[in-house]
Design a protein around this ligand. Structure first.
Ligand code: ADP
Length: 334
């Protein structure tokens, strides 16, 4: 498992639960979304009505689930958590919807992965607070409309553009989460350290923040590894030396690149002269599946301006060479 991957499995989600901010004012950064959401929630509370449906978009690990939980907490409403991939059939969604309490917040993670029939059921439920329950089979089947109490869908997606327009239009408010800057990640880390009961030195917080790829989930994960190192090999202090030593053990470098990221860069620069080289060839060179290279390593390398995608293949950008301590080739006349 990669230390710097943005997603989380169930086990990690359990470890994360203790570090989640519970209220909007504890939520670090994302000032614009926080401000807008605060208005939506206060207005709904003032009217004594469920707020509009909320769509949260942004890469994994930036706080979408956390915000959904905060929305329910701020409203004093019950919360139901499910996800697009967990709902296999429209009937599964109908069962969830028809059991909602008044004012309940329904969190639908990875909403872009809902199957089409479930998606259509959801439009109607969101718009008219109604599900059509199908009874019987074949020609004798009929749909019985069932009224639902008012509720609020909080949908999360890694890319709002993946949602079909009719579904997107059912959300009264869309918040886009962006990567965090170093100062915000330091605040996340200081807060997490306090909750974990460890003292994190300011320079160590800055060091971990700068290697966390703009992602609170990764920052918290690296913090746990630094804590392990300090406990087992250090003197318990989470200082700069402990942070650096721990991250060296786990092969997370100054930019937050791990071994796979660096293998991709090294192959690109030294074996293929900086490219362009096809994804499959590059993947073979690092001993990985093309999909792994494309979905796991590449997004961050492209975001950091280390790798470029061209119609003829992947190319190393000047920063890739310098990050590896190599000299970029000087452009030659052709
Ligand atoms: P997502 O649902 O977008 O994948 P999560 O809400 O599960 O992300 O957040 C991942 C972890 O990062 C959680 O442990 C959460 O506590 C932490 N986290 C995310 N955003 C923030 C934030 N703004 N302030 C503090 N912690 C955060």
């Amino acid at each position: 498992e990669r230390l710097v991957q943005p997603g989380a499995d169930d086990l990690e989600r359990a470890a994360e639960a203790a570090l989640r901010p519970r209220r909007l004012e504890e939520f670090v950064g994302q000032r614009v979304v926080r401000d807008q959401l605060s208005l939506v929630l206060q207005a709904a509370l003032g009217r004594g009505r469920a707020p509009d449906h909320v769509l949260l978009s942004g890469p994994p690990g930036l706080g979408k689930t956390t915000l959904a939980m905060i929305i329910a907490a701020e409203l004093g409403a019950p919360l139901r958590l499910t996800s697009g991939p967990a709902i296999q059939h429209a009937g599964d969604l109908a069962a969830v919807l028809s059991s909602l309490e008044e004012g309940e917040v329904l969190f639908l993670d990875e909403i872009h992965r809902l199957a089409r029939p479930a998606e259509e059921l959801l439009y109607v439920a969101m718009e008219d607070f109604r599900v059509d329950v199908v009874v019987g089979k074949g020609a004798g089947a009929s749909a019985i409309p069932l009224a639902l109490p008012p509720f609020t869908v909080v949908g999360a997606t890694t890319r709002a553009g993946l949602l079909p327009a009719p579904l997107r239009d059912r959300f009264g408010f869309t918040g886009h989460l962006d990567f965090y800057d170093a100062e915000e990640l330091e605040r996340v880390l200081v807060r997490s350290a306090r909750l974990l009961g460890v003292e994190l030195h300011a320079d160590a917080a800055a060091e971990v923040a700068s290697r966390s790829r703009g992602t609170p989930r990764i920052a918290n994960r690296l913090l746990r590894r630094v804590r392990d190192w300090a406990q087992v090999r250090g003197d318990g202090r989470l200082d700069l030396a402990a942070a650096r030593a721990a991250l060296e053990v786990y092969e997370v470098d100054a930019l937050g690149l791990d071994r796979l990221d660096r293998a991709v860069l090294t192959a690109l620069c030294t074996r293929f002269g900086g490219g362009p080289v096809g994804l499959t060839t590059l993947a073979v060179a690092v001993g990985e599946e093309p999909e792994t290279v494309e979905t796991v390593a590449e997004p961050f390398l492209v975001r950091e301006g280390l790798v470029g995608r061209t119609p003829r293949g992947r190319v190393a950008m000047p920063g890739a060479w310098t990050h590896l301590g190599l000299t970029p080739p000087t452009p030659t006349d052709t």
